[in-house]
Design a protein around this ligand. Structure first.
Ligand SMILES: *Cc1c(COP(=O)(O)O)cnc(C)c1O
Length: 343
């Protein structure tokens, strides 16, 4: 893969905005370079545009080097930046699976990029040959999500590897739910494949959806491109500091994951026994996809009882299916009690 050929010409030639904090990064006695207010410390200061302290912590947590990390306002930011950096509006295209996470298509649409979709099979798996056969010289990016949303399953490792090996553009692998699955992350594969970009997030297993912090891992060359086009101060100081503090809770996160997995097992079993359930699909994530005889009826009934799940019935291959997030023991009990009242 030749990154120089893949990147949009205007992005390659772009001279990025250079902030005061970019131009001087050392420790100083007096900072008079950024038109900041000297009062109201510490909020008066612009944040570190490259989030060095936070990246150092994440690098040690993930056992990777700092220069392969990009941090964004959720995973949504790197998804959008990748499309903007590599796809020429009205000309280029991306490939993804159907169904999958909706943001790839939305970001592509915002940027006027064609989206080509390959249907998963009945086991929600992917045919890598078919996937690659949809690509042409204008296919710059492919998006894979494993474990996949909303289906919950992991894609076969061999299929993902085949696409990484054979596709000529970037393969963006979204691992938002990787902490819930024993299957190994593709992070160690980054060294071998310079066309691989891995997305992870603090929104799920780490319980930080509210602070909006997502990660992209890729070669230093790709990270430099993302840094070049992001908003200079995309992660504010409140988020950088809070994340540093919350990342000390790795033990808690591990306990939460174990509890959620235990709850998931019980929830899946109970729901699969209801007469209105067709099947509960296997899940490697913190949610289950459930096929019902009448998903809309169950959904409406639950809403009446102030219990909100996601009706995915209009999604390809998810007809009559609800996506149910695994909650706390108490929350799951409320759901099950409510469904019990139906029979
Ligand atoms: C929840 C989710 C994310 C997380 O998005 P953030 O913007 O980081 O909160 C990313 N990808 C998938 C597939 C998800 O389901």
């Amino acid at each position: 893969m030749d990154l120089d050929k893949l990147i949009r010409k205007n992005i390659q030639e772009l001279k990025p905005y250079s902030s005061a904090r970019d131009e001087y990064t050392g420790e100083a006695l007096v900072y008079l370079d950024a038109n900041e207010n000297p009062f109201n410390s510490p909020y008066n200061r612009y944040p570190d545009p490259l989030q060095r302290k936070l990246k150092k912590k994440i690098a040690s947590l993930k056992n990777v080097s700092e220069d392969i990390i990009f941090l964004g306002n959720g995973s949504d930011e790197p998804i959008d930046l990748l499309i903007r950096a590599f796809c020429e509006p009205g000309i280029d295209n991306i490939i993804t699976t159907d169904p999958t996470y909706g943001m790839y298509e939305v970001s592509a649409n915002v940027n006027n990029i064609e989206v080509r979709k390959v249907s998963l099979n009945d086991d929600f798996q992917l045919n890598p040959e078919e996937f690659i056969s949809l690509s042409d010289k204008n296919t710059k990016l492919t998006f894979l999500c494993s474990p996949n949303n909303p289906t919950g399953n992991s894609l076969h490792r061999d299929s993902i590897l085949k696409i990484i090996r054979e596709f000529q553009g970037l393969v963006i692998l979204d691992e938002a739910y990787i902490d819930f699955v024993v299957e190994k992350s593709f992070l160690p594969e980054l060294e071998k494949h310079n066309n691989l970009v891995i997305l992870q997030t603090f929104s799920k297993a780490w319980g930080m959806a509210g602070i909006r912090l997502g990660m992209a891992f890729a070669s230093p060359e790709i990270i430099r491109i993302l840094n070049k086009i992001k908003y200079p101060y995309n992660i504010n100081i409140l988020v950088q500091e809070k994340a540093l503090e919350l990342l000390e809770q790795e033990g808690d996160k591990q306990k939460w994951v174990e509890k959620i997995l235990d709850e998931k097992k019980q929830l899946a079993e109970k729901i699969s026994n209801f007469p209105f359930t067709v099947k509960v699909y296997p899940s490697d994530a913190n949610f289950i996809l459930v096929k019902m005889f009448d998903a809309k009826g169950i959904y409406d009934y639950l809403v009446e009882n102030k219990i909100i799940v996601r009706d995915r019935s209009r999604v390809h291959l998810c007809e009559n299916s609800l996506r149910i997030t695994v909650g706390s023991k108490k929350e799951n009990e409320i759901l099950i009690d409510s469904l019990n009242d139906l029979i």
